[in-house]
Design a protein around this ligand. Structure first.
Ligand code: ATP
Length: 209
């Protein structure tokens, strides 16, 4: 009887990690929060960074993109030609959505494989498009980082050397903050300094637990 119990216990799978979707608009501070989360010992999957590597590393994705947009989507060394692809899909919603239908499922599979390898009970998925792509529906909870528009613009201008207008135009093409605030389970308001941001991040992780 004793032995049987041990057997049964061993056969039980570990409970799946709870996935927390981490998001925020341009310059909100979500990557900074992600780093603080990693400092706390929790793994973060960087979807947008990963998507950029997948278009270069995944042969199936590469072929599909070439079929959709032409061989010039990759240079002679087989490296993704972001400029060419960007120009092709610019102002062409149909092509853009077809391109996304190639890239997003590949990122999803890569993420699922990554989650399988994690051992922490909380894992974070950082993505700018959590709500836009309805990815929050696949998460246990969502965490939004937000800040006042002027602060976000200034921070991106300082970080990337972009003009006020350039940042503002990206911002205006993203889902409005008020809509994201309604949808998020947890919100970090990043309107002060990095110490405060770190403190809020640690507090939220504790609350999720
Ligand atoms: P994007 O979507 O554009 O990649 P993001 O949401 O990931 O942006 P971060 O890169 O984390 O934003 O932050 C934008 C810039 O603002 C970075 O240079 C970061 O160091 C800085 N920053 C973020 N939060 C603060 C803060 N509270 N005080 C000062 N600087 C900050």
């Amino acid at each position: 009887m004793e032995e049987l119990n041990t057997e049964t216990k061993k056969a039980e799978p570990d409970p799946a990690s709870k996935i927390i979707g981490l998001t925020g608009g341009i310059g909100s501070g979500k990557s900074t929060v992600a780093k603080f989360i990693e400092d706390c010992g929790f793994p973060v999957y960087y979807s947008d960074v990963k998507a950029k590597t997948i278009v270069n590393d995944n042969e199936d994705v590469k072929q599909k993109i070439k079929n959709l947009l032409g061989d010039a989507s990759y240079d002679k060394n087989g490296i993704y030609n972001r400029k060419f692809v960007g120009e092709k899909v610019f102002n062409n919603d149909e092509l853009l959505s077809q391109l996304n239908e190639i890239i997003h499922p590949a990122v999803r599979i890569d993420f699922e494989e990554w989650v399988e390898r994690q051992t922490k009970y909380l894992v974070f998925k950082e993505t700018a498009l959590l709500f836009e792509l309805k990815l929050h529906l696949q998460c246990y909870k969502s965490l939004l980082v937000t800040a006042e528009d002027n602060l976000r613009i200034k921070r991106v201008m300082d970080r990337d050397g972009k003009t006020y207008r350039e940042v503002e135009s990206v911002m205006n093409n993203q889902m409005p903050e008020k809509d994201k605030i309604k949808m998020a389970d947890y919100i970090i308001y990043n309107n002060t300094n990095l110490d405060d941001l770190q403190e809020q991040t640690e507090k939220v992780i504790f609350e999720i637990e």
